[in-house]
Design a protein around this ligand. Structure first.
Ligand SMILES: Cc1ncc(COP(=O)(O)O)c(C=O)c1O
Length: 412
């Protein structure tokens, strides 16, 4: 059996060449373009090995020692290791590592703490809130009464006076902080204070910064939040999945909200891969990585600003930044298309001011590849050249291929 089945696709190639071509083609795509999507990263071969392991075959409803299926002796050990590593990594009293995704983690947190119809205060979607923070197209907006706070149109920073005023007016049952695009550290102490004043639970959706927290490159929400929801696949560099951290008091409610309320069988190959990722994230090498991710994001933000883009909040504290390409003569959507053609893969996002779309970029993946501040400056110059039309798309694509080629995500 191959230890890196996702990369070593010979078995698949023999049996199903059609699918093997797609897997290998995706590896080529990821290796020859620049992954600037803020939510993506490259997991290690060890994480991929766990994902492609026989644990994928195992049904394991319930929790270690209390399963509804036989034969769980070994997956129980894997889950216990994942839980203990998560608790140690984040200094949390309790960890649930079964959530299938970040959205499932948020769903479980709401299920544990709220009843349908309850009022919840969260960052509004046009200001960087996630779908699960009250979108009418999502269960959250359908089942709860969300009130949205915003960011200041000028500074792009969370409008703290508005948060407090809305909390006093609406007396929410829970306050959610966390975002898909906020580039600055969130003031968890402030949100704790507001939640205490109005008797609300504080749910921190740390899907984005949790990897920086693991690497001690961002403040931890754990001491402040009643419940922390997270993903394991962004800066944290683990498998696609979710995780919930909380104190002893809420532990049983959170566990019941995950299983049996919102999920049944845990995906044990993913749970094992989470354990591997938590092990990696506890190393000094990962702390150095997390700090480099931030240094790279800061360098990229500064270089993009120097090229004429308007960087929201003037910079970043984290792995992500958002920017308005308007001064270069293009809106966000057009910019994303042109950049994709040049091999620079990133997202559009809302901007704090007006209706124009901006660009959201992150440095987690390129930093895993080993790029540093020098490469960030090159990327910014190339990106701006493409948007201004100074660089031909074919020429830009060739430059991107050469740059990416110097930093293979899975060196052989
Ligand atoms: C703040 C936030 N919450 C939740 C999620 C949902 O994660 P998933 O896509 O794993 O459901 C994301 C994903 O980007 C996110 O940014």
């Amino acid at each position: 059996m191959s230890v890196t089945p996702a990369l070593e696709a010979d078995v698949l190639r023999r049996q199903d060449p059609e699918l093997a071509e797609i897997l290998l083609g995706e590896l080529v795509r990821q290796s020859t373009t620049l992954q600037l999507t803020a939510a993506e990263n490259f997991t290690s071969p060890a994480v991929l090995a766990a994902l492609g392991s026989p644990l994928a075959n195992k049904y394991a409803e319930g929790y270690p020692g209390a399963r509804y299926h036989g034969g769980c002796e070994l997956v129980d050990v894997a889950e216990n290791i994942a839980v203990e590593r998560a608790r140690a990594l984040f200094d949390a009293e309790h960890a649930n590592v079964q959530s299938h995704s970040g959205s499932s983690a948020v769903l479980a947190a709401y299920a544990a703490l709220l009843r349908p119809g309850d009022t919840v205060l969260a960052l509004g979607l046009p200001h960087g809130g996630h779908l699960t923070h009250g979108s009418p197209a999502n269960f959250s907006g359908r089942w709860f009464d969300f009130v949205g706070y915003g960011v200041d149109a000028e500074t792009g920073l969370i409008d703290h006076p508005q948060v407090r005023a809305l909390a006093r007016t609406h007396r929410p049952k829970a306050i959610v902080c966390g975002s898909i695009a906020y580039p600055r550290h969130i003031d968890y102490a402030f949100f704790r204070d507001v939640a205490d004043e109005v008797g609300a639970y504080l749910i921190v959706d740390a899907a984005h910064p949790i990897g920086l927290v693991a690497g001690r490159a961002a403040p931890s929400p754990v001491p402040y939040a009643d419940v922390v929801c997270a993903t394991t696949h962004k800066v944290l560099r683990g498998p696609r999945g979710g995780m919930i951290l909380c104190g002893h008091e809420l532990a049983a409610r959170i566990d019941r909200a995950v299983f049996p309320f919102t999920q049944s069988g845990a995906q044990m190959h993913t749970v094992a891969a989470k354990a591997v990722a938590f092990g990696e994230a506890a190393t000094p090498a990962f702390a150095a990585y997390a700090h480099q991710v931030v240094a790279n994001a800061r360098a990229l933000a500064a270089a993009l600003a120097a090229e004429g883009l308007v960087v929201t909040t003037g910079g970043t504290d984290t792995h992500l930044l958002t920017a308005d390409p308007g001064p270069l003569g293009v809106d966000g959507r057009t910019a994303r298309g042109r950049l994709a053609a040049a091999g620079m893969v990133l997202d559009c996002c809302a901007l704090p001011h007006g209706d124009a779309r901006g660009l959201r970029l992150g440095t987690a993946a390129v930093t895993t590849q080993g790029m540093g501040e020098g490469e960030m400056t090159k990327i910014a110059a190339l990106l701006a050249g493409v948007l201004r039309g100074d660089v031909e798309p074919a020429g830009a694509r060739a430059e991107v291929r050469e740059l990416a080629g110097g930093f293979p995500p899975y060196p052989r």
